[in-house]
Design a protein around this ligand. Sequence first.
Ligand SMILES: Cc1cc2nc3c(=O)[nH]c(=O)nc-3n(C[C@H](O)[C@H](O)[C@H](O)COP(=O)(O)OP(=O)(O)OC[C@H]3O[C@@H](n4cnc5c(N)ncnc54)[C@H](O)[C@@H]3O)c2cc1C
Length: 402
Amino acid sequence: MSSRQRVIIAGAGPVGLMTALGLATQGIPVLVVEQAPALTVDLRAGSYHPPTLEMMAPYGITDRMHETGIRVPIWQIRDRRSNAVAEFDLGLLSDITPYPYRFHLEQHKLTPIIFDFLQKQPTAEVRFGTQFVDVAQEADGVRVTVESDGRQEVIEGAWLIGADGGRSAVRKSQDFEFDGYTWPELFFVISIADDLAQYGYAKNAYIADPDEWIALFKMPGDRPEGMWRVIWPVDPTVPEEVYQRPDEMEGRLQKFQPKPGPYQTLYSSFYRTHQRVATRWRKGRVILAGDAAHLNNPLGAFGLNSGVHDAHNLIEKLGRVWRGENLDLLLGLYERQRRTACVEHVQANSIRNKRLLEEKDPEIRRQRFEELQRTAATPELARDFLLTSSMISSVRRAAAVA
Ligand SMILES: Cc1cc2nc3c(=O)[nH]c(=O)nc-3n(C[C@H](O)[C@H](O)[C@H](O)COP(=O)(O)OP(=O)(O)OC[C@H]3O[C@@H](n4cnc5c(N)ncnc54)[C@H](O)[C@@H]3O)c2cc1C
């Protein structure tokens, strides 16, 4: 077999690995190049929606996730000032999904599961410590320059998929436009061992406040009791070390939820977030997926989920192209379907979620919370709301694009 008879994927994050697994399962040779020496210990994502669990289930991934993850059927939107709570129960969707809950598991515990399944595929290869550098496109394939141990090498394939994250070198190498903006604040994540459920917080809660909103996620962590991730917006002009001082973090946590004795802080980290979508997702034989194609703020937990939705869509279409079906038609459809879902749902809803949490006008906040509580208390309204927040509408929207 010619070395062109394979798909090269840049990036062994969740999206690159998922795409590789889906293609290899169809017998298509895949080579994943990952710049890091091993799977990265990524602390970013951790909350998965029902369609994503459904898409990963046929590979056995979802069952494996359930061995250690946490089911979160009930989640909340709260107002920090008035203490108003709107509580949503995903059990309302149990007639349309086998997974009527959000599911919490750290991103760095998902990637080894996918990798484990990928290693069992005879047509799959993953090269760590190998960085994508550049690509030259030819009529029937791609010549990809990679670098490992300071040495450059050219590898050939039929297609190149850029799943190399937000700073995607693949995207830059082909001058894909990446329109959008960067949020001014940093997202500061503090992980704590203390149990916030005892104060009435659901395992996933978004807490609105005009000065300092908060998002909470209960995660498995490395302890049987699990841990909580608490996310806050902070000023990027203040040095990160200031926010990470133990007394600063303790004061911040006590101001949010006073309690006797100090909090047990496990670790903390900062993230810059963006709203950006590539104008094109494919140029010739180079295709983008996941964060390489789109970025959103994490309020709503859409980033990794939508990346897996990209992979799921692309696996099916590229598989058909591989078996001889119309290339332009199918890959054009991939781009249109996923980009539409991304712009109309992922971008729109993540921006709306952030605006809801940071709204400054007290009257607008009051009205919104009344509306949210009415929605949560009315099953038909709650169901519609949940279809959107759980990304089921987004997947349906993509499928409706012809
Ligand atoms: C605070 C925070 C919380 C989040 N929480 C959630 C959540 O709960 N749910 C959710 O759905 N999303 C969440 N996200 C978003 C989620 O983390 C990302 O959408 C997800 O990691 C994207 O996966 P990916 O595989 O596309 O990219 P990445 O995870 O970034 O993986 C890209 C891979 O490519 C490799 N790479 C990069 N450049 C090269 C190169 N030149 N050559 C070879 N390899 C390369 C990298 O090393 C990496 O392994 C969150 C984000 C943040 C910041």
